[in-house]
Design a protein around this ligand. Structure first.
Ligand SMILES: *Cc1c(COP(=O)(O)O)cnc(C)c1O
Length: 354
């Protein structure tokens, strides 16, 4: 499939591998959005939003789901419903909620974040036991554990069900709440070839992002039991996320859930091919090997700085994102074909040999 056949846009010379958020709605998705029945979602009267919430809840095996403007808001509302000000949250040191959400847990919920180590973004029951505080007025109250699957900043790494289960077990024993930042959970489900509901099962709440690999223009969901989602709905309003005829954008997400799931496999195959091509470029070091649609590589061996390498890549028609120092990230997605990957490999070789 050629990207230009499915899009209402002229082909671009730029291959945008900076993020899977770069996807634009396809013609068919736009059509679905234009046709969507809508109503006032603040009053629960938007049919398309309600349908999306129901289908997402079913997909994730939860009682209820709430449509939200972004996965950042979904995570922040999850933190809000699980905690009180002064509480502490355990998460990986490179968790999205810690690095990329503007200090939201401190600002919006008054919580401390206690970072846990772990290669590939994965921590263990031992890490939780070693960092949870005893019930003692000297210490902040440990209240919530957050897992990220796939783990973004670690390299799109997949938590396996047994890794999640052991963490969930100790979390229950310690009477802590458990949230999953599953912005890319469907990438994990596709990579493992298991239902998303199996991966979501151990968690009290789950965030799912619609505007990453799924290719919708806007939106995310927070799923959980009916009582928790009822409370989340209040915070959606308070945080200013309650929209009116939101079915227009929800329809993009609904279309994505119905049509774009199986094709995530192509993104993963493209990521493997991209990694092979990059590994053959002198001075480029792949770390880790891609498990899903994220490809992390270090260009220290080329002698270039990260920003200089990105500039050269852009000049050669490829956009990357910087992950600090000489570490760069490419992300495969709906708008990048297998042919684009071959072009990107060639252009990257040109740019970094330069
Ligand atoms: C992108 C991302 C988010 C935030 O998603 P937005 O919809 O852009 O707010 C949260 N968590 C992870 C792991 C992400 O990759």
């Amino acid at each position: 499939m050629v990207a230009t056949e499915t899009h209402a846009y002229p082909p671009s010379a730029l291959i945008d591998l900076s993020s899977d958020t770069a996807t634009r709605p396809t013609r068919a998705m736009r059509h679905a959005m234009a046709q969507a029945p809508v109503g006032d979602d603040q009053r629960g009267e938007d049919l398309t939003v309600n349908t999306l919430q129901d289908e997402a809840a079913r997909l994730l095996g939860k009682e209820a789901a709430l449509f939200l403007p972004s996965a950042t808001m979904a995570n922040q509302i999850a933190i809000k419903v699980h905690t009180q000000p002064g509480d502490e949250i355990l998460c990986h040191e490179k968790a999205h909620i810690r690095l990329y959400e503007g200090g939201g847990p401190a600002l919006l919920s008054g919580c401390l974040l206690r970072p846990l180590p772990g290669i590939r973004g994965i921590f263990t029951p031992r890490d939780i036991r070693d960092n949870v505080h005893p019930d003692d007025p000297h210490f902040p109250r440990t209240r919530l554990v957050c897992v990220e699957n796939t783990h973004n900043a670690a390299g799109g790494c997949v938590w396996h069900p047994d890794e999640q289960q052991t963490v969930a077990k100790v979390t229950r024993e310690l009477d802590l709440a458990l949230h999953l930042d599953g912005s890319r959970l469907l990438n994990a489900a596709i990579a493992l070839d298991i239902p998303a509901s199996t991966l979501a099962a151990p968690f009290d709440t789950v965030t799912l992002c619609l505007s990453k690999g799924l290719g919708a223009p806007v939106g995310a969901l927070l799923a959980g039991d009916a009582r928790t989602i009822h409370s989340a709905r209040r915070w959606k309003h308070v945080f200013g996320g309650a929209m009116r005829q939101a079915g227009i954008v929800a329809a993009g997400g609904l279309y994505a859930l119905r049509h774009h799931l199986p094709r995530l496999r192509e993104d993963h195959q493209n990521a493997v091919r991209l990694a092979e091509g990059l590994a053959a470029i002198p001075g480029v070091y792949l770390d880790p090997a891609p498990e899903t649609n994220l490809v992390f590589f270090d260009i220290a061996g080329t002698g270039l700085s990260g920003p200089a390498a990105m500039e050269r890549l852009l000049a050669n028609g490829v956009r990357a994102s910087g992950m600090g120092g000489t570490r760069l990230r490419f992300v495969t997605h709906l708008d990048v074909s297998a042919a684009d990957i071959e072009r990107a490999v060639a252009a990257t070789g040109q740019a970094l040999r330069g």
